[in-house]
Design a protein around this ligand. Sequence first.
Ligand SMILES: *[C@@H]1O[C@H](CO)[C@@H](O)[C@H](O)[C@H]1NC(C)=O
Ligand SMILES: *[C@@H]1O[C@H](CO)[C@@H](O)[C@H](O)[C@H]1NC(C)=O
Length: 331
Amino acid sequence: MLIWVFLAGTVLVSGTFENIQELPDYQKLSQNPYGSKILSTISLQLSSDKPPEEVILLLEEISNKLLDEQRKDDQLNVTRAAECKAEIEFLDRPIEVMHSEIERAKQIEAEREPLFNSTIEKRNAKDQEIRFFEGEIMSLDRNSKIDAEKLQKKYQEHEEALSAIDSSLEYMQKVYTDQESQSVKSNHPHMEIIPLDVLLEVSENQDSIVKLIDIMTDIRKDYQASLKSLIDRKLEGEKDYKELKDSISSVISDLKEIRESLDKHSLELSDDLEESRRMQREAREECGSMERARDDKVTECEAWSNQYINEKDKRSEELQIIREIQKLYSV
Ligand SMILES: *[C@@H]1O[C@H](CO)[C@@H](O)[C@H](O)[C@H]1NC(C)=O
Ligand SMILES: *[C@@H]1O[C@H](CO)[C@@H](O)[C@H](O)[C@H]1NC(C)=O
């Protein structure tokens, strides 16, 4: 019995001795915080008279726990990687759609804007032409009124002259037939066409009266012809005025029609422009918020990935330490 114990002790001692060369550096292990923690746990166990098998079991347990944690983390990493990929792709598609929508709206704007500008320019040019012709009509009206007034004045003058001639003629007829008295002669109205003294002088002589009546009758005819031509001129003037006014008015109404269609066209173009600018604004806003969400997701995923890598490194270092300590106690 004693011999066995001795032998066993020798084997144990010699075994320990033999292994010493390959043993991990205990001091180095105890300098590592994790290594030192495990070593002190073990020494606590050993000092409380726990059998060495329990130490081996404990180390096995810790190692299994670390491996298990790593498996769970790997699983989580895979799940999260899939989730990140899906979520980022989910945002990528509408972002791409928004970008192409912005491009399309920009293209519409670039296409419509010069068209809109030139339409407005044309419209303003038509407006100016309309104003010019409206001014022409106004001066035509003004001139025609002045002409009509002049004609009317002339007509009145002729009429007055004619009526003076008529009364002179009438007077002379009376003088010729009735031999009217001097007083009547001098009081007779409308005599301004022939000076009174001439008339008085003439009225003394029958032949002169007859001659004068002939002359006056000729003059009367001239005046009547003149009156008629004044009326003709008046009618002709009115006709010319009306024709000119009608033709200018028709030019104006054509121009107004063109202006109206340019107005309509520019309004449509302006609607298109407004719509494309609104689309760009809204798409940019929407796109911006999606891009921010995507960036946030990328940041979160990078953080997860870094955490995973750091924890994996830490765990594999811990496992390495456990393996070294296991070598210490596995003998
Ligand atoms: C962990 O996820 C990253 C992506 O985040 C991937 O590249 C890597 O292969 C994953 N690792 C494992 C072990 O699944
Ligand atoms: C159209 O007119 C606006 C305002 O006058 C100007 O800012 C713009 O540059 C013009 N666009 C083109 C294409 O001419």
